[in-house]
Design a protein around this ligand. Sequence first.
Ligand code: SAM
Ligand code: SF4
Length: 310
Amino acid sequence: MIAGNRSINYLRISVTDRCNFRCRYCIPSSPFSVIEHEKIARYEEILRVTRLACELGITKVRITGGEPFVRKNIFSFLERLYAIESLKDISITTNGALLNQNKIEKLIKLGIKRLNFSLDTLDPVKFKEITGRDRFKQVWDTILTSHKLGISPVKVNAVILRDINDKEIEDIAALTLKYPFHIRFIEYMPMGDSAVEKRQQMLTKEIKKRIESKFGELNPVKRTSHDGPAKKFQIKAAKGIIGFITPISSHFCSECNRLRLTSRGTLRPCLLNNFEKDIITPLRNGASDDELKKIILTALTKKPSFHGLN
Ligand code: SAM
Ligand code: SF4
């Protein structure tokens, strides 16, 4: 699928808006309600949209949420997703708290090779402060177990906020000295009304400078097809890689090859733009495959070439 001069081959599927965590940068600070059960796209509906998107050129899918593993029967959904032949690459972003050795083995059997975890701190007390849950040990154990069982790369996403976890930038970066992990520092994006203040936002330039003053100059690393928007670097002699995801300080819209399917069954060409195209209502009203494909292509025509956040 083509949008402007970009080839869109990546579908990000949110299977639920629910989460077992309450990360302060993600969850709104004012009361909010979750989507009613019947409005959530059913697995067979997600699979149909995915199949059609694959016929239009999607080859990679990322499963995300909310927290994907809070949704019932996620493993049988993943199994059916794997049955879509033209889908070359499936990965998952998770907070890791609901996974254990048994479940990771199950994921590996299904074909999952890579996993992205969210971890913003190495301090259990701070972990509870950021996520609202006392689950550091489970998450860290899951990350280490995934590594031991051969998941590669293990990617770790960290959102750094001033006066919250910025003192740990160097310690988090230092994980790459010991493990072949990809540590990805993601700039905080102000979406909705989270409890994060503007002054707490930290941009890549400052984070990178802090890492370089401790470990020396970061060496750029060649990009691979799995990199997405991360700019990759390495500390000298490190086993792992440090990535920076810069939605705020360096617009990567023109390189963005993603389309999103929300848990409500709408297509969103851009996370930072409110436009969405409803696909579930026509699907439930009996739309044909061709009609649904047209809706997917129409959503893509709305993919912006820049965003207004700064
Ligand atoms: N629950 C899963 C997890 O935490 O990995 C998947 C969903 S979560 C929304 C996906 C990623 O978005 C996480 O790595 C999280 O750190 C990041 N994220 C959430 N809110 C963000 C924000 N306001 N700015 C930047 N990244 C954010
Ligand atoms: Fe849940 Fe992930 Fe958001 Fe944290 S970042 S609240 S784990 S969806």
